[in-house]
Design a protein around this ligand. Structure first.
Ligand code: HXC
Length: 273
């Protein structure tokens, strides 16, 4: 793990990092990078079983861990998860709002409920997280990181719902950075590109087309969850103490040429065009 070679191993010692959706994928990768740098980890998600598995991985890296089953769509559940974390570790220093939902679907076939589900998980869920975390972050002068996506600033076909949600989140991030600067709270987004071995990629890219999709990324490869974890650690660290209100794009350049080639490959993969 590169963070432990390049950052002080106690960079987040005594600090608490709360990750929504922290039981798997990019969010667990982020949690692991913080754990390797000494943080206490609080993770919430819908499945306690998944959280238990993730907690084991985090403990193996030396972290103390608090888990709480909570669907981010349920404000009371998010509040309860954060109260449990506070009881165990004191107020959080870092919030990573990563819980998200996605599936590819042409706009003309997307149901009201499908659109609502993604907006409720991604956008309402992110609002719930920052709203419930505010008092703790105010106390620690903490930082918040949203997990965004290229869909927030480039239109991708069959991702209308995700684009609406992530663009809304990034604007919420900028709004918060402006409003909460006076409390010493920094707020930023990370926009990951295609990250290997994640649920998001499984849903968008069928097996067997990896090499085609990689050729549409300027760096010629997919990213790793650790590469997103690294930038999350940077953003939450004193190295980024004057950084707020920004989207850090970590995508190997995938979004630079627009979504044309990616869209073509998606159309081939899903036969939806
Ligand atoms: C069309 C679909 C669909 C699909 C679900 N729906 N899957 N419509 N195509 N493949 C519709 C359903 O028909 C239903 O509408 C509505 O969405 C809600 O579905 P439920 O399964 O009842 O919802 P729920 O159990 O709340 O699940 C939410 C979910 C699900 C988002 C639909 O996929 C989920 O829980 N995902 C969490 C994990 C996940 O998605 N991880 C990837 C995140 S990656 P009707 O009208 O039938 O009632 C990510 C990054 C984005 O977000 C960027 C990627 C690069």
């Amino acid at each position: 793990m590169l963070v432990t070679q390049l950052f002080a191993k106690d960079l987040f010692a005594g600090k608490t990092v709360f990750v929504t959706g922290g039981g798997s994928g990019i969010n667990l990768g982020i949690a692991k990078n913080f754990a390797a740098l000494g943080a206490n980890l609080s993770i919430c998600g819908r499945s306690q079983e998944r959280l238990d598995g993730a907690a084991e991985e985090l403990r193996a890296l030396g972290a103390q861990v608090c888990t709480a089953a909570a669907d981010v769509r349920d404000f009371a559940a998010v509040e309860a998860a954060m109260a449990k974390s506070k009881e165990q570790f004191g107020s959080m220093h870092v919030l990573v709002a990563g819980a998200a939902g996605n599936f590819p679907c042409p706009a003309e076939k997307l149901s009201s409920n499908g659109f609502r589900s993604v907006l409720e998980i991604d956008t309402l869920g992110t609002f719930h997280a920052i709203r419930a975390a505010f008092e703790q972050l105010k106390e620690t002068h903490g930082s918040v990181t949203f997990i965004s996506a290229g869909q927030a600033f480039i239109p991708y076909p069959w991702q209308l719902h995700v684009g609406a949600a992530k663009a809304g989140n990034d604007n919420m991030m900028r709004n918060l950075a402006m409003e909460w600067g006076k409390f010493g709270i920094r707020v930023n987004s990370i926009a990951p590109g295609p990250i290997a071995n994640t649920e998001g990629m499984k849903r968008l890219m069928p097996e067997g087309m990896e090499e085609d999709f990689k050729s549409a990324v300027p760096l010629g490869r997919f990213g790793t969850v650790d590469e997103i974890g690294q930038v999350a650690c940077f953003l939450a660290s004193p190295l980024a103490s004057y950084v707020t209100g920004t989207v850090l794009v970590c995508d190997g350049g995938q979004n630079l040429p627009g979504s044309g080639m990616w869209s073509f490959l998606l159309a081939q993969a899903h036969k939806m065009s």
